[in-house]
Design a protein around this ligand. Structure first.
Ligand code: ZN
Length: 230
């Protein structure tokens, strides 16, 4: 893995961050916060990749709205406790799993990462296991599937949704419709051909057929965004 170039102007960047914090402090939505008695009350649990090009802010203002779990390759198993906290204790009615094109974690997991630090190897092992599980489901070898990284990212989202659906405490919530799980792909690189940075719905509660998702009436505009790579 490559290291970041040392061209950052750190004092300048820290100044920027300070300005951002000052804006946060100045804009703190106290009146809204009072309304929920100073409790957090997010309505969506988001599991997304750490990749800085898929920020939680893609869902708009995240303050008291988005309970966010980020890890490399957006893995349920690598953030399971936090995800369960959002779903079982904060009771968000919505869970979004977001993958993205050219995911470094997927690239790493489909190459030799044995020399990486142990903790990173552990997380990549989880990514690899997800990919293997998804590939087994469609009877394709991971090595062969690795040529199509964008498709692999879609399959990785499927594997996370599957993991959530199989969780014994989450399955009943989905069955009672008190929880909806939506898998999306953030197409940073215009792999789907619809433009750079477009977001597609690829999985809803395990449904992977884009035409079937388009007909779903209870997921708002996410239905129209249904699309999958061939
Ligand atoms: Zn990624």
């Amino acid at each position: 893995m490559s290291h970041a170039p040392a061209h950052f102007d750190l004092p300048r960047l820290l100044q920027d961050l300070e300005a951002s914090l000052a804006t946060f402090e100045a804009d703190f939505p106290l009146e809204d916060f009072k309304k929920v008695h100073y409790q957090q009350q997010p309505f969506v649990t988001l599991l997304t990749c750490c990749d800085s090009r898929v920020p939680p802010s893609m869902l708009g203002d995240t303050f008291n709205r988005v309970f966010c779990i980020e890890n490399i390759g957006n893995q349920f198993k690598n953030g399971e406790g936090s995800v369960l906290y959002g779903l079982l204790h904060l009771h968000t009615p919505l869970m979004i799993v977001a993958g993205h094109s050219e995911c470094g974690a997927i690239k790493a997991a489909t190459s030799d990462y044995a020399a990486e630090p142990q903790a990173l190897v552990r997380e990549l092992d989880t990514v690899k296991a997800s990919l293997q599980q998804a590939c087994a489901g469609i009877k394709v070898e991971l090595a062969a599937a690795a040529a199509n990284q964008a498709k692999l990212s879609e399959l990785n989202v499927d594997a996370q949704v599957e993991g959530l659906l199989q969780h014994p405490e989450l399955a009943p919530l989905v069955a009672q419709k008190s929880l909806r799980i939506i898998g999306v792909e953030v197409d940073l690189h215009n792999v789907y051909g619809g433009g750079y940075g477009k977001v597609y719905t690829v999985n809803v509660n395990g449904e992977k057929d884009a035409e079937a998702i388009k007909k779903m009436s209870d997921i708002g505009g996410f239905a129209a965004k249904a699309r999958r790579l061939p």
